[in-house]
Design a protein around this ligand. Structure first.
Ligand code: ZN
Length: 331
C-alpha cells in the first residue's frame, strides 16, 4: 500500500513537471477564472451542484466514475492532477480515502483546500457490529483532527443522516463563498432552498421512526447506515461493520442474524446496493423474509447517473424501503 502511494506521488510529480503547469496557492491555474471543485464520492458532488446551481464558470467533478466501488478506488494520474488543480477538494476523511493524505502532502497548499466531511459533523467510531448483538449508537465521539483519526477508526458514512447533510452543505457553501465571494449571495440562497428540502427529508425519516412497528434493522451485508439509524433511534444488526472488506461472515454471525429475524418477526433482511446478495439470499431462504436494498449513496450506478438521480431521490427510495423493513403499514 505504502509502495503504491509513493508511486502515486512520483507519478504526480512527473506529470506536473511534464505539463509545466504553474499554480497559485489557491490551486487555480494562472488566468483561469473557473471555480473548480473535485469530490471523491457522490453526496458532496450532489451538494455542490445544488449550492452552485445557476452560477457560471463552475466545474464540479466526482472522481469515482458511475458504478465504481469507492472502497477499492485507485486514483489515476488524471485524478491526481485534478486534485492538484482544483480550488476545493472534498473527501470523506475516513479510511477508504487514505490515499488522499499522500497526494495532498505532495501538493502545494493541498491541506488548505481539502475539506473532510467527518470533520464537519459529530463523527462516531465505526461500530463493531458482527450480527451477534443489538447495537444502539449513543456513544458519540468527536472527530477533531488528524491526530484522533490516526488512533480511532471513524465511521465515514456521515452523509446517510439528512441532518448531517444539512451541516455538510452549509459548511461547503461557506467554503465556496470564501473562494468566490462574488457569488456568495447566489450560493447562500441556493443553500437555504436545498437545506429546506433536506429538512423535509429528515422529517420523513422521523415520521417513519414514529410509525415503525419494529425498532431494529437486520443487514445481511456491510453496514454503512449507522448515522441514519442513530438519527432514527433504531437498533441494528449487520454481518460486517461499516464498509468492511470481508465478504464471508462467520457461521455464528449467520446464525445470530437468522435467529434474530425468526425471534422478532423482522419483516425484511437488508442488503446494500452494488453488493452481492448471497448472504441475504441465504438468510431469506432460512427465514422466508424478503431481501430489500438500501442505497448507501456512496456512488451511483451508470443507469442512476444517466437518469440524473440525486441524493434526495436515493434517500426517498430508502425511506420507502424502510417503511416496509420496519412495517409502518398498520398506522
Ligand atoms: Zn463505505
Amino acid at each position: 500500500m505504502k509502495v503504491k502511494c509513493l508511486f502515486c506521488v512520483l507519478m504526480l510529480s512527473v506529470l506536473l513537471l511534464i505539463s509545466g503547469c504553474t499554480f497559485s496557492n489557491a490551486g487555480v491555474e494562472d488566468g483561469d477564472d473557473v471555480l473548480y471543485i473535485v469530490t471523491t464520492i457522490f453526496p458532496p458532488y450532489d451538494f455542490i451542484r445544488e449550492i452552485t446551481d445557476g452560477a457560471e464558470n463552475v466545474r464540479v467533478q466526482q472522481l469515482l466514475r458511475p458504478g465504481q466501488e469507492s472502497h477499492t478506488f485507485d486514483p489515476t494520474p488524471a485524478d491526481m492532477i485534478a486534485v492538484e488543480q482544483c480550488d476545493l477538494f472534498i473527501c470523506t476523511g475516513g479510511e477508504s480515502d487514505a490515499w488522499v493524505d499522500v497526494i495532498l502532502s505532495a501538493v502545494a497548499g493541498g491541506e488548505d483546500k481539502c475539506v473532510r466531511m467527518i470533520e464537519l459533523v459529530e463523527a462516531v467510531e465505526e461500530s463493531a457490529a458482527d450480527g451477534t448483538d443489538d447495537h444502539h449508537g449513543h456513544d458519540h465521539t468527536h472527530g477533531d483532527g488528524a491526530h484522533d483519526r490516526d488512533v480511532i477508526e471513524y465511521d465515514e458514512h456521515v452523509w446517510t443522516d439528512p441532518d448531517n447533510a444539512v451541516r455538510i452543505t452549509r459548511a461547503l457553501c461557506e467554503s465556496l463563498c470564501e473562494i468566490a465571494p462574488e457569488e456568495a449571495a447566489r450560493f447562500r440562497a441556493n443553500t437555504d432552498a436545498y437545506v429546506n428540502k433536506l429538512v423535509a427529508l429528515d422529517a420523513v425519516f422521523q415520521g417513519i421512526a414514529q410509525r415503525a412497528r419494529y425498532r431494529t434493522l437486520v443487514f445481511g451485508d456491510r453496514f454503512p447506515m449507522r448515522y441514519l439509524c442513530d438519527a432514527m433511534g433504531l437498533g441494528y444488526r449487520a454481518a460486517f461493520p461499516g464498509c468492511a472488506a470481508e465478504s464471508e461472515p462467520s457461521a455464528a454471525t449467520m446464525i445470530a442474524l437468522i435467529e434474530k429475524i425468526k425471534a422478532e418477526g423482522t419483516p425484511a433482511v437488508l442488503k446494500i446496493e452494488m453488493s452481492s446478495a448471497s448472504i441475504c439470499d441465504a438468510i431469506s431462504d432460512e427465514t422466508g423474509v424478503p431481501v430489500l436494498t438500501i442505497h448507501s449513496c456512496h456512488n451511483r450506478t451508470a443507469a442512476e447517473a444517466a437518469s440524473g438521480k440525486t441524493y434526495l431521490d436515493l434517500m426517498y427510495e430508502n425511506a420507502r424501503v424502510l417503511e416496509i423493513a420496519l412495517d409502518c403499514s398498520a398506522q
